[in-house]
Design a protein around this ligand. Structure first.
Ligand code: SF4
Length: 319
């Protein structure tokens, strides 16, 4: 099955998560999953937005603060020192530099620059902070690069979120490597992700199929522009066990005539055991792949669903 998956996507990472001593206190926030596991299957590019914004190491702490001019990034002890414009400029520069080059961004949670969600927003002395902010860098970067999946290191401890993030990273990497004038490649991209999309419901697959249908060289640029935002948005949806079972049954339909009644019964029992949360997704997928090797099917062999990211990550053993 698909050898192209061995390509290592490039992922930008908050530099402190890789052990770089760039934090306000000259410390780091080394994250073992990022440094030990992710680094084996992806090219990691450390970035520290605060250092890029010219802040020294060590430095006074900064925070998001609610003001009459909206949420600003300011020094905690001296709110007159405002870094909002600098950080916005850094986010725009990095978006310009990294768009199309990286397929994901992993950031440090709760940081007023890098945090993805629930970052404290100060409302002044004696008033409890609101935990509803987005780090100033991530806010402006994601607005410029809406296709790039972004996750916090803490959320990557959740097996389902981790699996979903990596699936999107590898999918965007495949898209980034697709030549923009390749009509056949565009059609194949859609066809080879059919099962990944079906796992999010057949409506999304059909809507994306309508964008691809009848594409020509003349319409390719406009179809691609319509396709990829909807594709990435669709992949971001969490997939329930019920939806995975629908996909597994759909796959079984392709070669059930070739299987013995015992093999079919065994597969259906494994699907059911997965649905009841007694086994992880890897169990039915491995069994289906075993039967696929014995009964090859060109269409199924192209499906990234069976191997959305390198096996070394072993994520489906946990979801
Ligand atoms: S959280 Fe972001 S800005 Fe803060 S030290 Fe880490 S990389 Fe730098």
């Amino acid at each position: 099955m698909n050898s192209a998956l061995h390509h290592r996507p490039r992922i930008a990472v908050s530099a402190c998560l890789l052990g770089q001593r760039v934090r306000f206190d000259a410390g780091h926030k080394l994250d073992r999953f990022v440094s030990d596991t992710l680094s084996k299957v992806a090219e990691l590019e450390p970035i520290c937005p605060e250092v890029l914004a010219g802040m020294p190491i060590p430095r006074p702490t900064i925070q998001l603060r609610s003001t009459g001019q909206g949420v600003r990034l300011v020094q905690s002890k001296n709110p007159e020192v405002d870094h909002t414009e600098q950080m916005t400029a850094v986010a725009h520069e990095q978006a310009e530099r990294l768009d199309g080059r990286i397929a994901g961004l992993v950031v440090q949670r709760k940081s007023p620059s890098c945090g993805l969600e629930r970052v404290p927003v100060s409302r002044g002395k004696g008033v409890p902070a609101l935990r509803e902010g987005v780090g100033m860098f991530v806010k402006h970067f994601s607005a410029r690069c809406p296709l790039i999946p972004i996750e916090e290191e803490g959320r990557l401890n959740d097996p389902v979120l981790r699996e979903n993030f990596l699936e999107r990273v590898y999918a965007l990497d495949r898209w980034n490597r697709l030549p923009p004038d390749d009509v056949a490649g565009f059609i194949e991209f859609h066809a080879s992700h059919k099962l990944n999309l079906m796992a999010r419901g057949s409506d999304a697959y059909r809507a994306l199929g309508r964008i691809v249908a009848g594409v020509t060289r003349a319409t390719l640029a406009e179809r691609r522009a319509a396709y990829i935002p909807l594709y990435m948005q669709t992949l971001a949806e969490r997939v329930s066990r019920k939806r995975h079972v629908n996909v597994l049954q759909h796959v079984l339909g392709y070669f059930k005539k070739a299987l013995s009644p015992e093999d079919k019964a065994e597969l259906l029992a494994v699907f059911e055991s997965y649905r009841r949360e007694e086994t992880p997704l890897s169990t039915p997928v491995v069994l289906l792949k075993h039967h696929l090797r014995r009964h090859p099917n060109a269409y199924l062999n192209r499906q990234h669903y069976f191997r959305p990211y390198p096996d070394a990550l072993a994520l489906r053993a946990q979801v």
